[in-house]
Write a protein that binds this ligand. Structure first.
Ligand code: SF4
Length: 289
C-alpha cells in the first residue's frame, strides 16, 4: 500500500480559482521544489520571517500551532524540512478513512477534492492511483491539483488518468462527473524563484491533455500584472489554451486587503479573470482553512 506524507487534511470552502465557494476536502502533501521567499517583499529581497519560527520549533507540537507569516510562502511548514516532523506519513487507507470522517455525510456527495501542497506533483504522484482508486473514493466527481506547474506528470499517473477518469477517451472539461483540474500557480519574479525553473509552458501544455487547466498568477503591483500578461503570452505561444487568473498577494488579511481591490481592477482592465482568496477574509487563512 502506498504512503503519502501529509501536512494537512481538512474540510473547508475552496477560496481560490475555478471552484471558489465549493465545499472541498484539502489534502496538503509535504514537500516543494520552491521556497517563494520573495512574496510580499520589496523587489529583490527575500523573506526571513520563517527563520524566527524555526528558531522556536520546540514550542510547537502540532502543525496548527505554528504562527502564520505575512511574507514568503504562506504554507511554509508544508515543505520546509525543519517542520517535517509535524507532518505524518500515512497509508492511503488511513488517508481515505480520515477523509470519510471529515465529510459531512461520511461519504462523497457534491464535495470536491483539492490535492495541494507544497507541490503535490512531486513523487506523491505515484501514490495517487492507489488513493483515488480506493472503493470509498468512488463517489468523488471532481479533483483539483494545485500545482506550481514545474513538475511533469508521471507516466503511470497519466495512464491511470486516461483509464479511470476520462470518458470514452475524452477529457470532461466541464463540472460534471469525473473532472480533473490543474490549477497552475506559475511563479513570477515576485516569488523570488528562477524564471527558467518556474515558467515551464512545455509541462503545463501537457497538463491540458489530462484535465481542465488554468494559470493563476499571484500579483500585487502593475509591474507584476505586466509580467503576468507577458508570461501568459509565452504559454499561449507554446499552445496553452486555458484561462488566466490574477490573484492578490496576501496570506494574511493586512496584506490581502491592501491589494485585493486593485488586483480585481487590473484583472478587469486587462480582460483577465480575478481569483479571490476567500479563506483570508472568511477564516483569516488559519491552518485548516
Ligand atoms: S510553490 Fe507554493 S508551496 Fe511551494 S514555496 Fe511556492 S508558494 Fe509555497
Amino acid at each position: 500500500m502506498s504512503k503519502i506524507k501529509i501536512a494537512e487534511l481538512f474540510y473547508s470552502i475552496q477560496g481560490e480559482g475555478r471552484y471558489m465557494g465549493v465545499p472541498s476536502v484539502f489534502l496538503r502533501t509535504f514537500g516543494c521544489n520552491f521556497k517563494c521567499a520573495g512574496f510580499g517583499m520589496p523587489k529583490g529581497e527575500l523573506s526571513t520571517e520563517v527563520e524566527a519560527v524555526a528558531a522556536r520549533i520546540g514550542e510547537f507540537k502540532k502543525y496548527e500551532e505554528l504562527p502564520l507569516v505575512s511574507t514568503g510562502c504562506d504554507s511554509y511548514a508544508s515543505w520546509d524540512p525543519r517542520f517535517k516532523d509535524l507532518s505524518p506519513m500515512l497509508t492511503t487507507d488511513a488517508i481515505v478513512d480520515r477523509i470519510m470522517e471529515i465529510l459531512p455525510y461520511n461519504r462523497w456527495e457534491e464535495e470536491h477534492l483539492v490535492i495541494t501542497g507544497g507541490e503535490p506533483l512531486l513523487g506523491w504522484q505515484r501514490a495517487y492511483p492507489d488513493l483515488l482508486s480506493h472503493p470509498k473514493m468512488a463517489g468523488l466527481k471532481e479533483i483539483t491539483f494545485e500545482t506550481n506547474g514545474s513538475q511533469p506528470l508521471d507516466t503511470d499517473f497519466k495512464t491511470w488518468i486516461h483509464r479511470e477518469w476520462h470518458h470514452n477517451g475524452s477529457i470532461d472539461m466541464g463540472r460534471g462527473r469525473n473532472s480533473i483540474t490543474f490549477s497552475v500557480s506559475a511563479k513570477l519574479s515576485c516569488s523570488g524563484e528562477e524564471r527558467s525553473e518556474a515558467i515551464r509552458p512545455d509541462i503545463v501544455c501537457e497538463y491540458e491533455e489530462f484535465g481542465y487547466t488554468y494559470l493563476k498568477f499571484v500579483v500585487s503591483t502593475e509591474d507584476d500584472v505586466e509580467e503576468a500578461i507577458e508570461t501568459a503570452d509565452i504559454y499561449r505561444a507554446e499552445g496553452f489554451t486555458g484561462p488566466v487568473y490574477l490573484m492578490p498577494v496576501g496570506g494574511v488579511e493586512s496584506v490581502y486587503t491592501l491589494n485585493n481591490r486593485r488586483v480585481a481592477e487590473l484583472a478587469m482592465k486587462n480582460g483577465l479573470r480575478y481569483s479571490d482568496r476567500l479563506q483570508v477574509p472568511l477564516f483569516k487563512n488559519e491552518w485548516g482553512t
